[in-house]
Design a protein around this ligand. Structure first.
Ligand code: NAP
Length: 307
């Protein structure tokens, strides 16, 4: 595949940054890749995995010659990273990020962006519950959406280049305004994680049922929540703190609907329960039809057991 950028700087090389690094290398998308991360340990691991061509713990140093800079750190750290790199950004460079919240990232990063630098926030809707440079893999973004939340003044040519970059990695790309992104993600991603953290925490706190029973009988449903509840604590702390308004709005709706369900159970209203469960089953079918999950029963676990 053709080279798209002379130099790409990756600031943050965990699950997302290292997946991007692997794709760039695999597809020959850059003349040179500079990897930067704050800790010596992660940097050493990135080097062992041969994720780049040059390695540094200084984000400011990493971006010096870069045409594309991809910031892949917890959203709460994006302002500090922007402040650190600002003075060294090359005119004409594209700066993007992969953070799970967009309004807060824009508020933190945009004020630091110098004139002539194209800042185009982004968010690949792809991930796993694992973190760090070893967790990344080729194919993470394939068939998954990447949402760009350009600012009104964003340069169309720069946006088209970033769009092509994500498409080359196998993603479909949508544009959205940041506020809408944060509402959509609050319901499709943030709320499910919060509910999962909560249910797993509740099970852990129960006195009447032992922890060993929860684990032993988890295949009845509980274990499906534990994948989400095993997600990175730093990342999810930051998501909750940085998409506060949209998450609280969705949680209020959720609590209302839960009360409705609670009432239907209390009053033995089987029709209400049946109607809701029929409606939700159809949503699962739509997700499979849209190619966003496997149609194999039990998320394909049975097929994996046979391997
Ligand atoms: P990760 O695997 O935990 O890697 C985090 C990276 O950020 C590491 O290089 C880490 O450096 C660095 N970092 C951590 N705290 C930092 C700080 N305070 N200042 C500067 N650098 C810091 O995380 P990830 O899963 O790749 O997530 C990165 C971003 O992608 C987040 O904004 C997240 O919201 C977004 N995202 C995640 C997923 C997902 O499923 N995981 C999906 C889509 C988007 P050291 O290791 O050197 O400390």
């Amino acid at each position: 595949m053709a080279k798209q950028f002379d130099t790409i700087a990756l600031v943050g090389i965990g699950l997302i940054g290292s997946s991007i690094a692997r794709e760039i290398k695999d597809k020959g998308l850059a003349g040179s890749v500079v990897v930067s991360t704050r800790s010596d340990a992660t940097l050493k691991r990135a080097e062992e995995l041969k994720l780049g061509d040059r390695y540094t713990t200084s984000a400011a140093d990493a971006v010096r010659d870069a045409d594309l800079i991809i910031v892949s750190v917890p959203v709460g750290a994006s302002g500090a990273v922007a402040a650190e790199i600002a003075a060294n950004l090359k005119p004409g460079a594209i700066v993007t990020d992969v953070g799970s919240t967009k309004g807060s990232v824009i508020a933190q990063m945009a004020p630091h962006m110098p004139q002539g630098v194209h800042f185009i926030p982004g968010h690949p809707i792809a991930g796993t519950e694992y973190s760090g440079p070893d967790a990344g893999f080729i194919g993470l973004f394939k068939g998954r959406w990447c949402i760009l939340t350009p600012l009104p003044e964003t340069d169309e040519t720069a946006k088209a280049k970033l769009r092509t970059f994500w498409e080359t990695m196998g993603s479909m790309v949508d544009d959205m305004d940041a506020e809408h992104h944060d509402k959509v993600l609050a319901i499709v991603s943030h709320l499910p994680h919060i509910i999962a953290y909560n249910i797993v925490g509740t099970a852990d706190d129960l006195e009447a049922v032992t922890e060993s029973e929860v684990i032993k009988y988890s295949a009845s449903g509980f274990r499906d929540f534990t994948r989400l509840a095993a997600s990175d604590p730093t990342m999810w702390r930051d998501v909750c703190l940085h998409n506060k308004d949209a998450i609280l709005e969705m949680l209020a709706r959720f609590s209302e609907d839960l009360a409705y369900l609670q009432r239907a159970i209390r009053w033995g209203d089987g029709d209400k329960l049946f109607d809701l469960f029929t409606r939700t089953r159809a949503i699962r079918r739509s997700i499979i039809q849209a190619g966003q999950d496997t149609e194999m029963a039990d998320f394909g676990r049975h097929a994996m057991d046979q391997k």
